[in-house]
Design a protein around this ligand. Sequence first.
Ligand code: LMR
Length: 398
Amino acid sequence: MFEGLHAVPQDPILAMLASYREDTHPQKIDLGIGVYKNDQGDTPIMRAVQVAEARLLATETTKSYTAPAGSPVYNERVAKLVFGSDHPVLNDKRVVSAQTPGGCGALRMAAEFLRGCNEDSKVWVSTPTWANHMPLLGGAGLEICMYPYYDHDNKNIDFQAMLDALESAVAGDIVLLHGCCHNPSGADLNKEQWHAIADLMERKGLIPFVDMAYQGLGAGIDEDAYGLRMLAARFPEMVAATSCSKNFGLYRERTGTLFIVAATPEQAANAGSQLFSKIRSHYSMPPSHGAAIVETILGDTELSQTWLDELAVMRNRIQGLRQSLVAKIRDSAIDRDFSFIEQQFGMFSFLGITSAQVEALRSQHSIYMIDSSRMNVAGLNDECMDYFVSALGEVLRA
Ligand code: LMR
């Protein structure tokens, strides 16, 4: 039965990580997969996470099953983090939440749920978008349509083209928007653009679907959730997928959340029953450990503050790296404007070089980034910055 199988191409982001790990160059730099790194190039466990984990180890009394929705306490605390503690949709009990295996689990279950609601609806995603969006959403059977987003020439959002493309969406179609720190471009919608998109979606009867995997790593917890919270306040129905991989550094613990906002509490309860039955038939229930850590942190004022302070250090470091990279390039022999990197948010930006130049960085200098030239800015540090800028200069001159 298996003899006819052929190998499928590896996910480009995971393939890059594997090649980086095999590289023995002493100055190799990993700007591929989106993980936060500190000045030493490590991805440490956050202090708040360590404390919460130790507390859990001392107090946990059972490993018995939870439920398809995961922990209700986790769901409630993360909902407050995402929507803000006093959001009308929470007060009106119009949100159903499910703890999921990472943001991927939330995205896939959202797609399964949405397809169950209307098998003809299409999901519109940005060009470009995170490589895994297509298999996660398309794998559930949703038809995928693309809207233009990042303009590589102007290094910014082509907002008019985005609006024009969404004009051809029809009522019931779903529009996937990155809540903050757009992956892969780092180019985020401003408030005015969020409102203009909301006007269009409202006028056309489209359903907002927000993927927010980087809350707190762009401009701040509340700032990054602006678009999501505004849409939730305006629309009777929407979905949102969030992740604790980056902002709690819980990558391998697979901790995320899916939120479904419905028009009434009754409809939310019905939506929940549909969703939980789909979860039951996919993975039954989510893994517990990461969510228990998040729940512990968010339930303790002091620990929450420790976590927020650590997150602010991470955010400021990324923004600082963006500035020092641009300054170093400006002071180098490179005669090209990279100042757009300072205007963007989160871990990623397109460097804007060709795939041949990306390949030259990799083969000649052991500097790894995705072929599209998406780089994880957080992978840089003071020690490797000069090496990086000089290698970049070399490949640009070649
Ligand atoms: C990325 O885009 O690099 C991250 O979201 C990690 C992943 O799973 O692809």
